[in-house]
Design a protein around this ligand. Structure first.
Ligand code: IPE
Ligand code: IPE
Ligand code: MG
Length: 264
């Protein structure tokens, strides 16, 4: 099994992260998705197209993740959920899983100052069991350091699975019922929402998936139940803030009815 060590010197850290204001699209006040989720897909195919190891595609994604965060800040997105590692991704080869764990840990470590400088509040959504302790430690340190930031919440979904989140919520509710704190005869939607990993985070308005796949792969099934979906063909390492802005622009023109009827 080969472990691909991270070469810190080759990483492209955007020196001037924010765009010239003239370049930022003008989105009307209140029109931008408050909570935007991104399924960052296609790293492996990007690498394969270039005859490279899959891990090289993950490496190429790092600057794109931060360009995307910068673009979300510029657009005025308040919550950005990034699907980083799913509960299903453990099925991959041990060497790829090991790379993704180590890489996630290292990215959080080396980017925390940058995120803090940008006003990012780092959050995590996911399950503890199985996730590397060193990843949890870095997440917790980053969450503690950035907890007062209010510009944008960036939620790293690591060892995240929507079904796992709902099963964990159900387990918590069952425990509270058994303890006599709540009545088990009526479990409400509000109770379930209150037992999600981050109950304060509002519903997801827009899910953007890169790489052309048209599925949500267990990402935010509760929070994105009424989200607009946007599937774009670009592989994630070829993306960045322009793809995000295009998706926001597209979203703004959608007609969200939530089961109601448009006023004529
Ligand atoms: C997304 O890219 C990153 C993770 C799921 C961790 P993939 O690794 O899924 O790339 P493809 O879909 O195989 O091209
Ligand atoms: C979804 O991508 C998970 C992440 C982006 C972290 P996958 O590549 O794992 O999903 P499938 O296998 O195409 O559904
Ligand atoms: Mg994939």
């Amino acid at each position: 099994m080969s472990f691909d060590p991270v070469d810190y010197t080759s990483l492209d850290v955007p020196a001037a992260p924010f765009s010239d204001p003239a370049r930022i699209p003008h989105f009307p006040e209140g029109s931008v998705p408050r909570h935007l989720g991104v399924i960052m897909d296609g790293n492996g195919r990007w690498a394969k197209q270039r005859g490279m190891e899959r891990t090289q595609g993950h490496r190429a994604a790092e600057p794109v993740v931060f360009d995307t965060i910068a673009g979300a800040i510029e657009a005025g997105v308040r919550y950005l959920s990034l699907y980083t590692f799913s509960t299903e991704n453990w099925k991959r080869s041990p060497s790829e899983v090991r790379f993704l764990m180590g890489f996630s840990r290292d990215i959080i470590h080396r980017r925390v100052t940058q995120m803090d400088d940008w006003g990012v509040r780092v959050r995590w959504a996911g399950r503890r069991p199985r996730l590397w302790k060193s990843v949890i430690d870095e997440l917790e340190a980053a969450m503690e350091r950035t907890r007062h930031n209010t510009r944008i919440d960036v939620i790293f979904c690591i060892n995240y699975g929507g079904r796992a989140e709902l099963a964990d919520a159900a387990t918590d509710i069952a425990r509270e019922v058994a303890a006599g704190h709540i009545k088990g005869s009526k479990v409400t939607e509000k109770m379930i929402a209150q037992h999600l990993y981050n109950p304060d985070i509002p519903d997801c308005d827009l899910v953007l998936r890169t790489s052309g796949e048209q599925r949500t792969s267990n990402f935010l099934p509760w929070q994105a139940a009424y989200a607009e979906l946007d599937f774009v063909p670009e592989l994630f390492p070829d993306c960045g803030r322009d793809v995000l802005w295009r998706a926001i622009d597209d979203y703004i023109h959608r007609d969200r009815r939530f089961g109601g009827v448009d006023q004529a």
